[in-house]
Structures are given as C-alpha cells and as structure tokens.
Design a protein around this ligand. Structure first.
Ligand code: FES
Length: 72
C-alpha cells in the first residue's frame, strides 16, 4: 500500500529500509524521502515505522532468549 503519494513510497519500502538498518522515523525519512513534500503521510509513515520496529524487537527478544520460551 502507498504511504506517501508524493514520493511514491509504500509500506513495504519502509519495512525494507528498517530491515536494512534504519532505526528511526527520521532515518527512514532521510533514506526514502517519505513525508518530505506535503507531509500528509507523516502520521501513517510514523505508525508503519513504529509497528515494524516493535515487530523487530519482539522477534529479536524471542531469538535472544529461546530457552525461556521453550521452558514454559
Ligand atoms: S504524501 Fe508524503 S509528502 Fe505528500
């Protein structure tokens, strides 16, 4: 789905940028140019960034402590 129509940025591209090393909304904006024109997409873009970072942290936490999860 398109998040930023001005720059043609999709939610998939935002997720990909985070997987490739962006760790904040600011970094995603600098990398993809999202929300750099009219700015109407800023809220949605931030939400996608927040969601993706949370998913990533949850996944990493599960990988970091596998014994804790399997012991329960
Ligand atoms: S829709 Fe993203 S800057 Fe306009």
């Amino acid at each position: 789905m398109y998040v930023c129509l001005c720059q043609g940025v999709t939610d998939g591209q935002i997720r990909e940028a985070i997987m490739e090393g962006c760790c904040s909304y600011r970094e995603v904006r600098e990398t993809l140019g999202v929300a750099s024109k009219c700015g109407k997409c800023a809220c949605l873009a931030k939400e996608v960034v927040r969601e993706t970072l949370t998913e990533l942290q949850t996944t990493q936490a599960a990988l970091a402590y596998p014994a804790e999860f399997s012991a329960a």
